[in-house]
Design a protein around this ligand. Structure first.
Ligand code: ADP
Length: 156
């Protein structure tokens, strides 16, 4: 059983994240999409809201399990018996931070590999913070997030 973890803040989940998950399920038997309980930046949505939005968006993917975790990603990966961490890349600007994280995680456990999947060009500009900003001013976020999230955000 090939198991991978896709960790993130998912504050909220976007179409860019879903694109990465769709690529991941083609490569792995099980993908844990794991919301970080204690991200470095204070999240806008609570952990339970972020998890709920992921669950709503990912219900149709049978290989995907939505969870959350606190503490070190490597400890969570070991607990799940996952040998792979998935991260998404949008542009060169993601690279520095992602490279540093991947090397730090490798230092902590050399048996767990980080792999990077590249998003579709049309999502290259998309981030959770951009979605939050546009939604907060009542702008149109269609196509930027799954339909269920669009409906939810426009209610707020
Ligand atoms: P984090 O706060 O851990 O960076 P995010 O929820 O912002 O969490 O992102 C999780 C992962 O998904 C990161 O690897 C990020 O680079 C990637 N990602 C975010 N948005 C996109 C996108 N539009 N296309 C591809 N990957 C993305």
């Amino acid at each position: 059983m090939k198991t991978a973890i896709y960790p993130g803040s998912f504050d909220p989940v976007t179409s860019g994240h879903i694109d990465i998950i769709e690529r991941a399920v083609k490569l792995f038997d099980r993908v844990y999409v794991a919301a970080i309980g204690n991200p470095e930046k204070e999240p806008f949505f609570s952990l339970s809201e972020r998890v709920e939005m992921l669950q709503l968006s990912l219900a149709k993917y049978k290989k995907v399990k939505v969870e959350s975790f606190d503490g070190l990603l490597i400890d969570y990966a070991r607990k799940k018996k996952a040998a792979t961490i998935i991260r998404g890349l949008r542009a060169i600007s993601d690279f520095d931070y992602e490279f540093q994280m991947a090397l730090a995680n490798r230092k902590l456990d050399s048996k767990i590999e980080t792999i990077f999947l590249m998003t579709r060009g049309r999502y290259a500009y998309l981030s959770s913070s951009m979605v939050r900003q546009i939604a907060s001013f009542g702008g149109d976020i269609s196509g930027m997030v799954p339909k269920v999230i669009e409906r939810r955000l426009s209610r707020e």
